[in-house]
Structures are given as C-alpha cells and as structure tokens.
Design a protein around this ligand. Sequence first.
Ligand code: NAD
Length: 485
Amino acid sequence: MLDFAGFQFDPRRPFIGGEQVEASTPRLIETRNPSDGETITELPCCGAEDVDRAVSAASVANGGAWGSATATERGRTLSRIGRLVLDCADDLARLEALDVGKPLSQARADAVALARYMEFYGGAADKLHGQTIPFQSGYLVSTIREPFGVTGHIIPWNYPMQIMGRSIGAALATGNACVLKPSEEACLTALAFTELATRAGLPAGALNVVPGLGNEAGAALARHPGVGHLSFTGSVEVGKSIQEAAAANVVPVTLELGGKSPQIVFADADLDAALPFLVNAGIQNAGQTCSASSRILVEAGILDEVVDRMARRYRALRAGPALRDLDLGPLVSDRQRAAVLAYLAQGSSLEEIARGSIARESPGGGYYVEPVLFAGEDARHVLAQEEVFGPVQLVIPFQDENQAVEIANGTPYGLVAGVWTCDGGRQMRLARQLRSGQVFINNYGAGGGVELPFGGTGLSGHGREKGFEALYGMTQLKTVAAYHG
Ligand code: NAD
C-alpha cells in the first residue's frame, strides 16, 4: 500500500468488486512524472482475464445492490461521492499534477469538475422520467428508461478526472455498473477516486478499474460480450477500432474524438473580452485538449491588431513544473513531446509570430515545449488541418462571413467553435452554419459547463456526453402498451 498525497491505495493493483486485487499477470507499467521524467510508481498491466473478472463483478453489482437501488438512493450515493471529492480536491489535484504534469490550479479545477459531475448526476438520478403516449382507446402506453447493465469506459490521459466523471457519472446515475480502463499514462486519480467512492458507500462492483495497455486491457473491454454500452474518449484511430468491436457485439458506442476547433473573430468584436479566450483556449493544459482552439480565424481588417496582441501574451507565457503552477506544465510524455516537435518543424513554411519560454528552473528531464503562435493564409496547411495536441496556434485571415464559415468548416472535425461579433444576425447565422457539436458566441467553453451536452460531428465522433443528454445515451427505452379495454 502506498501513501499518495493522503490516499491509501496500491497503484499496482486493479480495483475489482470493491477491492484492490492482484492482477492476473505480474507485468507492470512504469509511470513517470512529466515535470522531471523520474519514475513515480508502477501500474498493473491488466489483460483479458482481469477485464473478464471486472465485467463479472459489474454484472453481479448490476443484479444486486447497485441494480436494485432506487434512483433516489443512487443519487444520494453520487452526491456523497461528490462531497468527498470536493473535500479531497487539493490532494487529488496534487496527485494529478504529479501524474500528468498539469499545473496545480488546472488540476484542481479538474477535481472540482469531477465533484460537480457527481453532484449534477446525483441530483439528476431521480429526475429521468419516461413518458405516457396518447394511443388508441383502451390502451395505456408508457415508456421506461432502463440501464444497459454493464458499461465500458475507455478514457485518455489529458483530463482524466473530468472525462472519468462525465462518463461514469451518467452511467452510474442511470443504474449501470461500470468497468473503467484509464489511460496507461494517467491511472492514479482513477484509483484514488474509486477508493473515495467506496468510502462514500458505492456498492462493490458498481465501479471497477482495470489499468493496462490500450491494445490489451482496452481492446479486451471493447470486445467483451458482457458489456452493453461502450463509451470511448481518445484518438480517431483507436475510436474506429472501438466502433468495430462494438459492431461485432451489436452494442451502442459513444465516441468523443479529436478536434481542430476554430475561434472566428470579426472586426466588430470586443477584442478586450476576446483576447484572453483566444490564447487560453489554445494553451490550457499545454494544448492537450480535445476542444483546444488551435485555429484563430481573424477578419482581415483587424489582423495586425489581433496578431500583435496575441503575440504580446505569447511572449509572456512560461512553461514549468506542474507544482510551480505556471501558464503551462510539461507535455504528458516524451512521446507526446516528440510528436508536437515534429509538427512544429512543419511550421517552417508559416510565419512564426511569437513563442513563450520554458522557465529556467525546469528540470532537464521534463517534457517541456515552448508555446508557439504561427500565422498563415493556407487553410490547407498541416497545422491548419491536423490535431497537434500541443501548445500551438495558427492565425488565419478571412475576408468575409462566407469565407470564415468555409475555412471553419474546412476540416474533417467538428467539435467546438467560437464566434466573436456584436452583430446579432451574424451570431445566429453562424450558430446554424458551423459544423460543430458546440458553438460559443462571445465566449469559448463556458467554463467547462458540466450541464452542457458535448460531443462532435465528423471525425470528432458521435453521441453526446455531459448534461442531461448523457442520461438518455446511457439508457435504453422500453415501451409498455397495456390494454385495459
Ligand atoms: P488514445 O486513443 O491513444 O487512447 C485513449 C484510450 O484508449 C487509452 O485508455 C488507451 O489505453 C486506449 N486504447 C489505445 N489503444 C486501444 C485499443 N486498440 N483498443 C482499446 N483501447 C485502446 O488517445 P490519447 O492519446 O490517450 O488521447 C488523446 C486523444 O484523445 C486526442 O486525439 C484527443 O483529441 C482525444 N480526446 C477527445 C476528447 C473529447 O471529448 N472529444 C477529450 C479528450 C481527448
């Protein structure tokens, strides 16, 4: 048992059936602190056998204590978990900062969001109603929303607490029992959270955590015939394989994939209000955000002013160790840093406007990159089309509204878009014309918005998480037609 930031859990063991158990193989995965590259601990390398045990444990919970709990009882349990998470937010934040290199205040915001998901779905659990449907005389027709039973959740490393919270929050609230496969880069807060949830009274087996490699534990979970619904957040490439696995078992799947999200700035925009969002939405979490705004589309008449003001902000940005809580932390891994540096090398045909710096005291072994702002007219450039997943933004000029929409919609993705303009008609036109799961007008991201349905179109995926909408996705509808004469 290791004592991590106040939590008592063994990072080398999966959580199955309400306790930490031995994994079926002694193989371990080393996990490193991205701020200095030093080894923190090792994780279990769960495989098909462990996933099978976890699905069985979830199935037992579904047929027992968790499945028979009333909606109100489920809601109360989630609310208690939320309170405990909030009480432990500082400790969870330190653990996350250590594990994924996220600056402390950003990690704390994630812990608070995790608590908020538990509160929101705790409150919503007994407010999900069926309907009665007017039908022929002599009938009473109603619909009932039922859980799938066991749900599988495969999540990435960039917002481990938030993505876990939104995915399992909605599943648990609706009476499903979950098997969670966190990313091999980010398992510690998932294990700590499960320990907290158990302390808060979540019945054994309602939440099982199987850390391991994607092509082993993840693939085993995706193809397991005992899983009734799959929820995947991650890359497009892996998302496609998850959809194929779901098709083999004919189960529904929610895919939350990548993005190349634009913010469009018109000449009449309130630039003082827009500027912080333009930059922050690109560099938050060192750009490792699915909804990062990596393209800034600017009306030609104000291009110089916007570029100048963004450049000033960029030159002041500093990356450094997560616990120093600067503007950016390191990237999550050496592999991710190599991938981002390879993209930066392709920026040589663009104009480099400005770059931030790496704080002098940052350990040499950490995975730091300087944030970089580019400008260029080529909306087909690789940096205008592909998801970099690092602190890199590209400013692209446009001449009029039509061209802005054309550029904004000109990638295979469609996750989030922002529009900055004071023209009410234009706001409404763009809200309709932008091919995107979310459109923000005169803001970007609405502070995370636990209540707001979230998901993509095109290569950004399908299905919706967050808000009340996720509760529909985590249930299936049964129609009951009673003939009473
Ligand atoms: P990834 O696809 O490599 O991994 C995501 C998860 O899938 C991990 O748990 C991984 O172990 C697992 N996995 C890998 N191979 C697998 C396989 N063959 N079968 C089953 N599971 C497998 O993604 P990542 O590098 O962890 O995260 C970055 C990506 O996630 C980016 O593309 C980003 O845009 C996307 N993302 C999307 C959202 C969203 O809500 N739309 C949020 C965060 C991240």
